[in-house]
Write a protein that binds this ligand. Structure first.
Ligand SMILES: [Zn+2]
Length: 232
C-alpha cells in the first residue's frame, strides 16, 4: 500500500482551519449556553425579587421618606420666607447677642458716639434706642435712659435679680444688656423727650425717682446717623 503524499504546507493549512473551526464552534456553544443561562436566571429571579414583601416595604419606606423630605423642605422653605434673616454673623456680636456674653467695658466705639441718630439691633435691624435717650453714665458701656418705643425692648428677670433687656422682636430676642434704676433724674433731661418716653420702660416707684439706665453692649447695636440732622 502506497501512502499518498500530502505536502507539508497543505497539512499546516488544514490544521489551522481545524483549529479555527473548533474555536468558533466552542465560542458559539459558550455564547448560546450563556444566553440560555441568562434567560433562565432572569425568569426565575425577577418574580422572586419583585414578589417579596421586603422589597415592597423597602419601596414604601423610600416613598414615605421622600414624602417626609418633601414636607420638611416645604416647612423650612416657609420659615426661610418668613421675612427674617440675621443681619450679622460677626463672632463678637453673636457671642453677646445669642450667648449672653458681656463685651469688655470701654471697648465699644459706640460708647463714645456723639452724633445724632438711631441705634438699631445688630441682629434683626429694628430700632431700639436713639441719641435723644443716650447719655454718658461713666460705666464704659453705651447707656440710654429711654428706649425708642414700647415693645421694641423686652425684659427678663435673671436669677441674680438683675433685669435683662432683650430685643423686642420675637423672631430675634437678642441679648442687649441690663437695665438698672439708677439713671439720670427726670429734671436733668429735656422734658419733651421725657414725655415721649415709652410707658413700658422700667421705672422706680417714685415719679421723680431715677430714670432707668439701659446698660447696653455696643456689639448688640448698629448706629445709623439721622440724615435730616446731618443735612442741617
Ligand atoms: Zn433684634
Amino acid at each position: 500500500m502506497r501512502l499518498k503524499f500530502v505536502p507539508r504546507r497543505r497539512i499546516s493549512v488544514l490544521s489551522s482551519l481545524a483549529v479555527i473551526a473548533t474555536f468558533t464552534t466552542a465560542s458559539i456553544l459558550l455564547q448560546a449556553s450563556s444566553a440560555a443561562a441568562l434567560i433562565v436566571s432572569s425568569r426565575t429571579l425577577r418574580p422572586t425579587f419583585h414578589g417579596t414583601s421586603h422589597s415592597k416595604n423597602t419601596m414604601r419606606l423610600f416613598s414615605e421618606n421622600n414624602d417626609k423630605l418633601k414636607d420638611t423642605t416645604s416647612t423650612e422653605a416657609s420659615d426661610a420666607n418668613d421675612d427674617f434673616e440675621p443681619k450679622t454673623w460677626n463672632p463678637l456680636r453673636l457671642m453677646v447677642m445669642k450667648l449672653g456674653f458681656t463685651e469688655l467695658r470701654w471697648t465699644s466705639p459706640l460708647n463714645y458716639e456723639k452724633r445724632e441718630g438711631v441705634y438699631n439691633c445688630a441682629y434683626c435691624g429694628i430700632d431700639l434706642f436713639d441719641s435723644d435717650g443716650k447719655y454718658d453714665s461713666g460705666s464704659g458701656w453705651p447707656s440710654f435712659w429711654r428706649s425708642t418705643k414700647d415693645g421694641n425692648v423686652q425684659y427678663k428677670r435673671e436669677w441674680d435679680g438683675r433685669l435683662e433687656c432683650l430685643c423686642g422682636n420675637q423672631k430675634c430676642s437678642a441679648h442687649l444688656g441690663h437695665v438698672f434704676l439708677d439713671g439720670p433724674l427726670p429734671g436733668s433731661v429735656p422734658r419733651s423727650i421725657l414725655s415721649e418716653a415709652p410707658r413700658g420702660d422700667p421705672r422706680g416707684a417714685r415719679e421723680d425717682g431715677y430714670l432707668p439706665r439701659f446698660c447696653v453692649n455696643g456689639a448688640a447695636l448698629r448706629f445709623q446717623e439721622w440724615e435730616s440732622k446731618k443735612q442741617e
